[in-house]
Design a protein around this ligand. Sequence first.
Ligand code: GLU
Length: 371
Amino acid sequence: MTFTPTACPRLVVKIGSSLLVGDEGAVRREWLETLVADLVERRSAGQQIVIVCSGAIALGARRLGLSHGGRRSLDDAQAAAAAGQIALSQCWAELLGAHDIAAAQILVTLGDLEDRRRYLNAAATLDRLIGLGAIPIVNENDSVATEEIRFGDNDRLAARIGQAARADGVILLSDVEGLFTADPASDADARLIETVDAIDGDITAMAGSSSGSGLGSGGMASKVEAARIATTAGIPLAIISGIEDHPLARFAETRRGTVFTAEAGANARKTWLAGRLTVHGCITIDAGAVDALRSGKSLLPAGATGVTGAFARGDVVEIAGPDGAKIAHGLAEYDADTAARIVGHRSDELGDLLGYAPRAALVHRDHMVLL
Ligand code: GLU
């Protein structure tokens, strides 16, 4: 499947520190304005945008007077991230605000996206923000993430956000043009690889070179790893140069970069959902709900008739029809006990029943695959 970033409905764009932050440790604002202009143009054409943006550590290092771009120790990086994130958020709020677009900051850790409940929360928030016309700006919550729960680089974060946001494409803007057969700085025969259909040993070996700037943490290896995460979930990923002004418009024109293709979306997503998770319980539904699910709707409590098994929010459950036939698999929005309390109830009764603002669906259509 060809990946057309200009046409895909929901796109994640990742901006690395070395592009965003100049030599003096300040935001390259003029360049960023040209990228924002590209993003605004895409958005006017109906494309939904999520941004993953690095640069907090590099910006904060300057503000706090830390050496080595704030990366001398984990403590330094975490302090720098805290000080830099404020500047980063302010910058996005101003630049998008100038186009009447609300910037919305989300900071996540690896743990947030690995934990199934918090994954669902992040997915719902991203969806809601996009629905409200805001542009989510995501970064790693570096200041609280310990070594074990850090992404460490925003390339992999961008791929995981692509999954959580059910994006149709991820673009990594980089200080290189893409994946080369050898290091182009030292090998005149080095050739840009335009399309990668399978990430095999050869591709991993070619990814040996690293980002030259020293500001960011992700080299080509982390970009290829991000491509593996995204394509496994059915999302194509492109690595393109962000060095020049208007990088997205330029890519749309030249197509220069490396595109990692993915299997056809629905199938890959189904495999991914099916592959990583075991079924923890079952929700039985009535005939009306079977029809609703088959026409692409979410499963609402009103259509459910019973719950079996012990599952937590975010676990995979089976959904079965009145005759016991398996209809779908999906991630439960409620744990088994709560689900049992609300089956058969209309959505407008849930708030009173539960005593808190409820999720509308028992299983949201975005986290469901029909069998
Ligand atoms: N999250 C880090 C920051 O904002 C950057 C991680 C990376 O270099 O990819 O500075």
